[in-house]
Design a protein around this ligand. Structure first.
Ligand code: SF4
Length: 380
């Protein structure tokens, strides 16, 4: 018999630095580094803070941010002051809450992506009030790099190399010049709000019931770029973090041993160490592009999140080696680790798992009540 997964308490916002979320092990404080880049000193400082105020790990999120977990409520003000001293947060909580900006990690100082980032940062306070989960993508280097990233307003490159603004959920976008880009974004944001988009919460969901103006959907984006995977990269090395979990001691050692100058955060729970020497292999990071663990997604699960009744990551690690498919083991139907459909999703409910094939964690499962120690992909 099919049964829907337990309804999670879904929040309409993402945890941020100023407005953290309470989890089973304390506050989750999310840090959104500017331009998704940390200097080596900022990264080392963040490691220190995760050890002093959190549980000694950093979580690299699906939107290429970093989280400190396990923070006591009483320590939150002191942690905020330290993050501000490191130059990692906005002073204005309202701006911080809306600063969900993905950008192609290939950006260079002064290029189109860099300039658009500055323009967008300046414009954020003047955009209409939208749900804090909504975000922006600056996929404007070679194009097609951020296609799988969660964003509602997408600046992209068309086949002829022009700049377009595309609403997420729509196949094509609106050609814009760089000078007119932010005004076009404001127009689209105002359209979203005035047509009732706040009730839908996200652009793609809103477009299921309301049509965009025809002139905003004329030009498709360039097709997706080749996948990036761990290994040697220009001016450095791309590394992966299984489930996004980064041990702070291991990261500090990595920075010190390589002499890396910066760390750019990437989609796919990867980061790009830039400058310095090539790192020596270590069990703490993923060095090979074919490692199946990078196709597995799992939230912290029990006992770290109060919504979870199951452990997630040990099962995901075991199952990842058995499949070439994308796999998601979710502590509940909220699906924090991968909030979209994939080939195999196991959703925790009342101490067991429900199976969703080719669907999202909140979809109707094809099997229910699977005991964790009996699950094998041979049976799926
Ligand atoms: S998906 Fe995982 S982390 Fe998110 S609320 Fe559910 S159990 Fe918690």
């Amino acid at each position: 018999m099919n049964a829907p997964a337990t309804s999670p308490s879904v929040k309409g916002w993402c945890p941020g630095a100023h407005r953290p979320m309470l989890s089973g092990d304390g506050l989750v404080v999310r840090v959104r580094p500017f331009r998704a880049e940390l200097s080596a000193d900022q990264a080392r400082g963040l490691c220190d803070l995760a050890e002093r105020f959190g549980n000694g790990t950093l979580d690299l999120t699906s939107r290429a941010n970093l989280q400190i977990r396990g923070v006591a409520e009483a320590d939150h003000p002191a942690l905020l002051a330290e993050l501000e001293a490191l130059g990692l947060i906005d002073q204005d909580p309202a701006v911080e809450g809306h600063r969900n900006i993905l950008l192609d990690p290939n950006w260079a100082t002064g290029d189109l992506t860099d300039r658009l980032y500055d323009a967008l940062l300046s414009a954020l306070p003047s955009l209409p009030d939208m749900p804090e989960k909504m975000g922006f993508a600056l996929d404007t280097c070679r194009g097609g790099y951020l296609r799988d990233g969660s964003a509602d307003f997408r600046f992209e490159i068309s086949d002829d190399g022009g700049l377009i603004l595309r609403a997420d959920g729509c196949d094509a976008g609106r050609p814009v010049t760089e000078a007119a880009a932010i005004d076009a974004l404001k127009d689209m944001a105002e359209w979203f709000v005035s047509t009732g988009g706040r009730d839908a919460g996200r652009m793609a969901r809103h477009l299921k019931t309301v049509s965009l103006p025809a002139e905003w959907q004329t030009t498709p984006p360039r097709s997706a770029a080749t996948d990036v995977s761990p290994g040697a990269a220009p001016n450095g090395t791309v590394l992966g973090a299984a489930f996004g979990k980064i041990d702070t001691t291991a990261l500090r050692d990595l920075l010190n041993d390589t002499g890396a100058e910066q760390m750019r955060l990437m989609l796919g729970r990867m980061f790009w160490l830039r400058g310095g020497r090539a790192p020596a292999p270590s069990q703490h990071f993923v060095f090979e592009g074919g490692d199946p663990i990078l196709k597995a997604h799992a939230c912290p699960g029990a006992p770290f999140c109060p919504q979870a009744t199951v452990e997630t990551r040990s099962l995901a690690t075991w199952l990842a080696a058995q499949t070439d498919h994308v796999l998601h083991v979710s502590g509940c139907s909220k699906g924090c680790a991968l909030p979209r459909a994939c080939a195999v999703t196991l959703v925790g409910r009342d101490g067991a798992f429900d199976l969703v094939k080719n669907g999202a964690p909140w979809d109707i499962p094809s099997q229910t009540g699977l005991a964790p120690d009996t699950i094998s992909l041979k049976d799926l």
